[in-house]
Design a protein around this ligand. Structure first.
Ligand code: ZN
Length: 330
């Protein structure tokens, strides 16, 4: 199995229905049944409805133990699919809405990463994210929390949420604050908005990577700029198909971006909502982009090179990739 790596998955969105039901029971909460479809999976109709279902399930994660279990179970599942490294994006705004402090939020995630490493050999890191549509002041608040409580397993900062309504430049102060504290940054851009917002993001925020970034493909000069800056794209094809940004691989720009020399990676984004997983993303790319094992290992190499991780760990992971890629022995 090709060693895999993933840089873009929202932790609160990784819990499958079975785990969410378990958490709801543990926390004595009633779950609205309409969030589940007849097949037992999450049911949503459009993006706004998706966000509602997402918030309802995220509300079941209420204690450090809950965060530990969500993190641990996700990483264990990724390890089963051959992943050696995963960065999960966490949202302190979600946990604060459930009455949790940032310290408790961090404590649970760190425990999940450490336990998954011990039991399954997978390396993990946490990227703390703020939410665009909560505004620049709240983003600054999250930035302050992250910088004030450093932890070796919390290794980056990012931002998700309503891209179309909240341009990146508004958040320059929060990103600069975190970057000045020594943490690398990524930001969602070029998913729900076009190339102009991608350009604004790389010109106004200190980012080494872009979440999605695929709509940069609409502007060839911008694609060249991304190549020149060495920015890595966290591409999530299954998510893009599920939300309707692209129909399928026939109109998805991943192959074109690769051909133009952009560093791309494969990611699941919100796996149980989009009927995907890191393993499935690799399988689908192999099939539709007609990639052999070397081609797939290239995605893992890009991810490890762009990972927000310390250099000794990066070297260890790259050696694991070399040992495992193509079925070759070390
Ligand atoms: Zn995302």
């Amino acid at each position: 199995m090709i060693p895999k790596a993933e840089l873009h998955v929202h932790l609160e969105g990784t819990a499958p229905p079975e785990l969410v039901r378990r958490l709801a029971k543990r926390n004595r909460m009633d779950l609205p049944e309409e969030i589940f479809g007849d097949d037992g999976n999450y049911h949503w109709t459009d993006f706004l409805h998706f966000l509602k279902v997402y918030d309802a399930t995220a509300a079941t994660i209420r204690t450090p133990e809950d965060y530990r279990d969500v993190t641990y179970e996700y990483l264990a599942g990724c390890a089963e699919e051959g992943a050696i490294y995963v960065e999960v994006m966490s949202s302190p705004d979600h946990s604060a809405a459930n009455g949790m402090s940032y310290a408790n939020h961090q404590e649970g995630i760190v425990a999940g990463i450490e336990d998954a490493r011990a039991d399954h050999g997978i390396e993990g890191r946490c990227i703390v994210t703020c939410v665009r549509h909560f505004g620049a002041e709240q983003a600054m608040e999250v930035a302050r929390q992250v910088a004030a409580r450093p932890h070796p397993l919390v290794s980056g900062f990012g931002m998700g949420g309503d891209e179309a309504g909240f341009p990146p430049a508004q958040f320059a102060r929060a990103f600069k604050y975190v970057a000045d504290s020594g943490l690398p940054c990524t930001v969602h851009a070029g998913e729900w908005a076009g190339p102009d917002r991608v350009r604004e993001a790389i010109e106004t925020l200190p980012v080494q990577r872009l979440g999605h970034g695929v709509r940069a493909a609409e502007d060839p000069a911008l694609v060249q700029e991304i190549v020149a800056r060495g920015i890595t794209l966290e591409v999530c094809p299954g998510s893009n198909f599920a939300t309707g940004i692209y129909r399928d691989f026939s109109d998805h720009p991943l192959a074109r971006l690769r051909a133009d020399g952009v560093k791309t990676t494969l990611n699941s984004d919100d796996p149980p909502y989009f009927a995907t997983s890191v393993g499935r993303e690799y399988d689908e790319a192999a099939e539709h982009l007609e990639l052999d094992d070397d081609g797939l290992a290239g995605f893992t190499r890009n991810a490890l090179k762009a990972a927000f991780v310390d250099e000794p760990t990066r070297e260890t992971l790259l050696a694991r990739l070399d040992a495992g890629a193509g079925g070759k022995s070390p």
